[in-house]
Design a protein around this ligand. Structure first.
Ligand code: NAD
Length: 260
């Protein structure tokens, strides 16, 4: 399905980004990985993902919270692969505290990574996508991009902003072969989720499964987290020809969290 396409995925050495890299590679895309981690582990990941499709996989550890590094990442991918057809803005972070305890530098960092990084990568990739009249831009927002929440003001504001950026770019490209959409996951079963469940299980003397269900049930009517692989399949759908007229959407995958 994605043979010949090149996908750049920010924050793809772990978690949801890594699941998307594996999924798109499995469908034939070449992949530019980005993110931090142990160089040997990243080299192993590169080989593993390359083995899924036989396509090339590269890695650049740019810090996309820095404007010049975000733009440089797009340029590096273009230089290495000759093009970027799919851009997934996934790298993100959070800071948990009530607003009066949120240091301004944490606000700046969360906004820089969760929102401004996407501005910089999109504006850098757009000319070449317009030239080929084809592109897929996917911004990984959150359920917190659609509804509020306490003690995470920078996260909620940045993820709402990312949905706004998505709509604006989708309108600017509406008459082209380029689409721009957001995915808004609820709780996802990444390492942090499992660690929180393990800690809760130890604290409360309950099983890990009970702890996972208890954590998920706080926000998710489904009572269970979303798997990274499920988000990856949604992203792959957005890259398909079938999704060519899905434009400016903020697609929820959240166990009915935001349906209430
Ligand atoms: P994660 O922490 O597991 O992985 C983050 C990835 O981003 C890693 O590869 C890391 O090296 C990379 N990274 C971190 N800072 C970076 C930077 N400055 N520049 C480049 N790369 C950087 O994250 P995750 O849980 O998989 O989340 C991915 C995205 O999904 C985030 O935008 C997050 O807000 C969003 N999200 C996550 C959940 C969840 O429950 N995990 C829920 C909703 C939305």
């Amino acid at each position: 399905m994605l043979q010949g396409k090149v996908a750049l995925i920010t924050g793809s050495t772990a978690g949801i980004g890594l699941a998307m890299a594996r999924c798109l590679a499995g469908k034939g895309a070449s992949i530019m990985l980005n993110g931090f981690g142990d160089p040997d582990e990243i080299a192993t990941l590169r080989d593993e993902i390359a083995g899924l499709s036989g396509s090339r996989v590269m890695h650049v550890s740019a810090d996309v919270s820095k404007p010049d590094e975000a733009a440089m990442l797009v340029d590096s991918a273009t230089r290495e692969f000759g093009r970027v057809d799919i851009l997934i803005n996934n790298a993100g972070t959070t800071y948990k505290a009530p607003i009066e305890d949120c240091p301004p530098e944490k606000w700046d960092l969360v906004l820089a990574l969760n929102l401004s990084a996407s501005f910089h990568t999109i504006r850098t990739v757009m000319p070449q996508m317009r030239q080929r009249n084809w592109g897929r831009i996917i911004n990984i927002s959150s359920a917190y991009g659609l509804v509020g929440g306490t003690n995470r003001v920078s996260y909620v504001a940045s993820k709402h902003g990312l949905v706004g950026l998505t709509k604006a770019v989708a309108l600017e490209t509406a008459a082209t072969g380029i689409t721009c959409n957001a995915i808004c996951p609820g709780d996802v079963s990444t390492r942090i989720f499992y660690k929180s469940a393990k800690d809760l299980a130890n604290q409360e003397g309950i099983t890990r499964e009970e702890a996972q269900a208890r954590i998920a049930a706080v926000n998710m009517p489904s009572g269970r987290p979303v798997a990274p692989e499920q988000i990856a399949e949604l992203a792959a759908f957005l890259c398909s020809d079938a999704a060519a007229e899905v434009r400016g959407s903020a697609l929820s995958i959240d166990g009915a969290w935001t349906a209430r």
